[in-house]
Design a protein around this ligand. Structure first.
Ligand code: CA
Length: 231
């Protein structure tokens, strides 16, 4: 992050949304630039990488998904945090979104206060290192395309839920996710499950990862949730 005001690139096609964001972000001391379609957004981000990107899910010319994927591939923008703005009906696409490397999501209509809080937390967070669809945290390597997990060079077999759990945690290393948030991100908002379900699958994930000599990189935050820690 630069020593001047952090610069946020807003990629959003609805003029009213753009104005609300511009006004509020300025008030919070951020520098704001705006792109109103996907192609322009991608180009602006690569030419002059901002400190954070607010990316609308539905955009003309190029979808938010495609932009996010391209941002993660380009060396200029690989590490720039991306917060996706999604409409409620698109929430089930969240998981797909996570697989393409967004750092966080916020559902429209959102409160500006919440958005600002998420921005601050995304700017503080160490970003996952993603190279060619692979995430690396400590000794764990996760391939988002091949759905393959390696720990210290040994392949770890995971069920689909455990894989998505690990991918979610690894995309934001050290960030503590509440059980509710994990249910939402991994199972989808419509899933009517008890938070205990998360504990069960974390248990399985730990067990699978424990088959190598590597230390347990999953951290339990009592009464709250889980995080993955680099060793
Ligand atoms: Ca839109």
């Amino acid at each position: 992050m630069s020593i001047t005001a952090p610069r946020i690139l807003v990629v959003e096609d609805e003029p009213s949304q753009v104005e609300i964001l511009r006004f509020n972000l300025h008030q919070q001391g951020f520098d704001v630039s705006v792109a109103m379609d996907g192609e322009e957004g991608l180009q602006a981000a690569i030419e002059d990488p901002p400190d954070l990107i607010l990316l609308d899910w539905m955009l003309p010319n190029m979808s938010g998904i495609e932009i996010c994927r391209k941002l993660r591939r380009a060396k200029e923008t690989r590490e720039v945090p991306v917060i996706m703005l999604t409409a409620r009906s698109e929430e089930r696409d969240k998981i797909r979104g996570l697989d393409i490397g967004a750092d966080d999501y916020i559902t429209k209509p959102y409160s500006i206060k919440e958005l600002i809080a998420r921005i601050h937390s995304a700017l503080r967070r160490p970003t996952a290192s993603i190279v060619e669809h692979k995430l690396f945290v400590g000794v764990i390597e996760l391939d988002l395309e091949k759905h393959k997990v390696m720990s210290e060079g040994v392949e770890i077999k995971l069920g689909p839920i455990e894989f998505r759990l690990l991918a979610t945690l690894m995309q934001n290393p050290e960030r503590v996710f509440s059980r509710e948030h994990l249910l939402d991100l991994v199972w989808g908002i419509s899933a009517y499950l008890e938070t205990r379900t998360v504990d069960v699958h974390i248990g399985r994930l730990r067990q699978a990862l424990a088959t190598t000599k590597g230390k347990d990189q999953i951290r339990t935050v009592r009464g709250f949730g889980y995080a993955v820690n680099p060793i």
